[in-house]
Ligand binder design. Structure first.
Ligand SMILES: NC(=O)c1ccc[n+]([C@@H]2O[C@H](COP(=O)([O-])OP(=O)(O)OC[C@H]3O[C@@H](n4cnc5c(N)ncnc54)[C@H](O)[C@@H]3O)[C@@H](O)[C@H]2O)c1
Ligand SMILES: O=c1ccn([C@@H]2O[C@H](COP(=O)(O)OP(=O)(O)O[C@H]3O[C@H](CO)[C@@H](O)[C@H](O)[C@H]3O)[C@@H](O)[C@H]2O)c(=O)[nH]1
Length: 329
């Protein structure tokens, strides 16, 4: 019989790519998404979409009762650092509160394997150098703190109820489905690569570079851009690894790229100039965030297939060129 999975937030950017990977492997997928940030068209036809909010206890109960589930993947969340600093309680109520409700429903309905979308934002303002799982957790935002709260809940759910969990701390999710079915369409868009692409395509006047006075070689911030298809593969491997117990993994390519390098990559791949201007720093941006993913590599054999920034950018650019209005058509 086909394996059967529940994916919360499966109409969003990263979740929709995991759904594609599950369907490609013959699994059955149910997506629970309120569509508050996601898109109906991002749920591939092979999956079933249940439009509902995680804060709705009746919906959660009804969905989880319709098991058995081979695993639950939890993507649904708010994930904007700046927004979380203006309205921290929203992040604790929605991310941590809904996380608690979902974990509780999973325990009550006998789910045994749970995979959480966690984040590099757990690490706050760390020293330079690749961040592995021994890096101290010190969130510098309410968003990062809200994800850490869910990680801690999962630790307790494991200890008391035996729920096995994988906490996957993604660095910067990027790119688009290599088969061209899915892409990135956040509203509003705040992520660097789609904004740079829109500037190159003339859909924005200019790209604002948030500061060029950081302590980095060209003065702009360095991030580890990891392809969504590689993230999807990491989810599948982490899930399989749960047979041996709960895990936490940092997920990135291990290579950092500055904002200016991203601009140059889009110019190279797209063959068009990117208009940009340097503005002030964005509050809370650490200068460098690069992952060490040695642990997941050793324990599951995971390796990113997309290791070159140009290749990551190329998949995102291709989707945006074909879908200038994103999922709106
Ligand atoms: N994009 C990144 O670079 C990145 C990096 C690290 C971690 N993450 C985490 O990965 C996950 C997915 O990120 P994304 O970029 O795909 O986000 P996204 O906004 O594209 O997707 C989130 C999805 O969750 C849904 N959702 C939100 N609140 C909900 C609720 N209360 N009930 C039901 N559905 C709800 C939204 O409609 C949306 O479809 C998030 O948990 C995020 O914190 C993302
Ligand atoms: O218009 C823009 C947008 C971004 N940046 C810079 O580009 C880099 C990347 O920014 P962005 O794409 O917004 O990602 P992050 O702020 O690094 O956050 C992403 O990556 C984190 C993990 O590293 C996740 O926790 C977050 O959810 C996810 O949004 C940062 O240095 C920004 O300052 C600009 O210069 N101009």
């Amino acid at each position: 019989m086909a394996q059967r999975f529940l994916v919360t937030g499966g109409a969003g950017f990263v979740g929709s790519h995991l759904v594609a990977a599950l369907l490609d492997r013959g699994a059955e997928c149910v997506v629970l998404d309120s569509l508050v940030l996601g898109h109906r068209a991002a749920v591939l036809p092979g999956a079933r979409l249940i439009e509902g909010d995680l804060s709705d206890a009746a919906v959660l109960d009804a969905v989880l009762a319709d098991g058995p589930w081979d695993g639950v993947f939890h993507f649904a969340a708010r994930s904007l650092v700046g927004e979380s600093m203006r309205d921290p309680m929203r992040y604790f109520i929605e991310n941590a509160g809904n996380g608690a409700r979902l974990i509780d429903a999973c325990i009550r309905h006998g789910v045994q394997r749970f995979v959480l979308s966690s984040t590099a934002a757990l690490f706050g303002r760390p020293a330079d150098g690749p961040l592995d799982e021994s890096t101290p957790v010190e969130p510098a935002s309410a968003y990062g703190e809200s994800k850490w709260m869910i990680e801690r809940m999962l630790a307790w759910a494991g200890q008391v109820h035996g729920l096995r969990s994988a906490c996957l701390r993604y660095f910067n999710a990027a790119g688009a489905d290599p088969a061209g079915r899915l892409g990135e369409d956040h509203r509003p868009e705040t992520h660097l690569i789609p904004l740079v692409i829109d500037a190159a395509l003339g859909r924005r006047d200019t790209l604002d570079v948030f500061g060029n006075d950081f302590d980095t070689p060209d003065g702009t911030c360095i991030r580890d851009y990891v392809h969504v298809a590689d993230l999807a593969e990491a989810h599948l491997r982490a899930l399989a690894r749960l047979d041996q117990g709960s895990v936490s993994y940092n997920l990135g390519t291990g290579h950092g790229h500055s904002v200016m390098e991203v601009i140059r990559a889009v110019e190279r791949v797209g063959g068009r100039p990117v208009p940009f201007r340097v503005v002030g720093r964005r509050a809370g941006d650490p200068p460098v965030l690069v992952a060490s993913s040695a642990r997941i590599a050793t324990e599951t054999g995971w390796q990113p297939r997309f290791t070159k920034l140009d290749d990551i950018v190329a998949t995102a650019l291709r989707w945006r060129e074909l879908h200038p209005n994103g999922y709106a058509g």
